[in-house]
Design a binder for this molecule. Structure first.
Ligand code: OAD
Length: 258
């Protein structure tokens, strides 16, 4: 249970921090209607990751993998940033020293900048650790582009080399984008506080961003209605849904979207 003191404690930790690294996971988008992975209605309850989110699955049946990712695109296309995304974007516009790192591929952090009509959307842009649902890349060469089509069928071919194109997301067994990971770890090492929102904390190296911050001396705040792997090392656990907990913690008025 969140007590008034745990959110107050979290607020004081954030106020005292000059530099903050924020790590978000699927839970920050749950209030927008995007399914999480490991909850009771999570994506991994109905599907096996090894059938859909590995290079081997793509080699076996690229059509199946593409159908699943296009379905996820169609789900996310119906969703809008919620009060948590908006509060975070406002907070990043209002003060310096915040680095937002996300495991999410849904583009909702990026869309919150559009909803706020942010002049400098780069200021609120997240570091994408697991890629994007709305980008596509070649299996074999460096070709990559935006692709939002949720209705296409079949497996697109690379215009540069003819190999199959695949979603530009990180699959199990694959390395994270090196630059994104490097920038995230550097921000974690500099941070005075780390704010973790809506992630179970079981998938590495992404979860290691928060652990790196902790081992470099940052205070850790968790916002999540459930238990997470970070709780034992957290300085404050706010057991709230992101759409309520994040605006309340950041103490900013937000436009309700959900
Ligand atoms: P998980 O599904 O593992 O965890 C979601 C977290 O969100 C849990 O801790 C929930 O308690 C919490 N949650 C649920 N509803 C919430 C709400 N309304 N507000 C806040 N929190 C809420 O998702 P991730 O930790 O993001 O990777 O998963 C990490 C990675 O595992 C994903 O990026 C994906 C997946 O396999 C890849 O695909 C490589």
């Amino acid at each position: 249970m969140t007590t008034p003191s745990s959110i107050e404690a979290a607020r004081s930790l954030l106020r005292a921090a000059a530099r903050v690294v924020v790590l978000t996971g699927a839970g920050v988008s749950a209030d927008s209607g995007v399914p999480t992975f490991r909850g009771p209605d999570g994506l991994w309850r109905g599907h096996r990751p090894e059938d859909l989110a590995t290079p081997e699955a793509f080699a076996r049946s690229p059509e199946t993998v593409w159908a699943w990712y296009r379905w996820r695109r169609s789900v996310v296309a119906e969703c809008r940033p919620n009060a948590a995304h908006i509060a975070l974007a406002r907070w990043m516009m209002a003060r310096d020293g915040i680095t937002l790192v996300t495991q999410n591929v849904d583009g909702l952090h990026e869309r919150s900048a559009v909803e706020l009509d942010a002049e400098d959307s780069a200021r609120v842009a997240p570091i994408l650790l697991h890629g994007s649902l709305f980008r596509i890349r070649c299996r074999d060469c460096a070709y990559e582009r935006e692709d939002r089509d949720a209705a296409a069928v079949g497996v697109p071919a690379c215009p540069a080399c003819g190999a199959p194109l695949r979603p530009a997301v990180v699959w199990f067994g694959e390395a994270l984008p090196a630059r994104a990971l490097r920038l995230s770890i550097a921000a974690a090492r500099r941070a005075d506080a780390c704010l973790v929102i809506g992630t179970s904390g079981v998938v590495y190296p992404a979860a290691g961003v928060a652990m790196e911050a902790v081992s470099s001396g940052a205070r850790l705040i968790v916002i999540d209605p459930g238990e997470t792997a970070f709780d034992p090392v957290a300085d404050a656990c706010v057991r709230m849904h992101a759409k309520d907990g994040v605006p309340s913690l950041l103490d900013l008025a937000t436009t309700p979207h959900s």
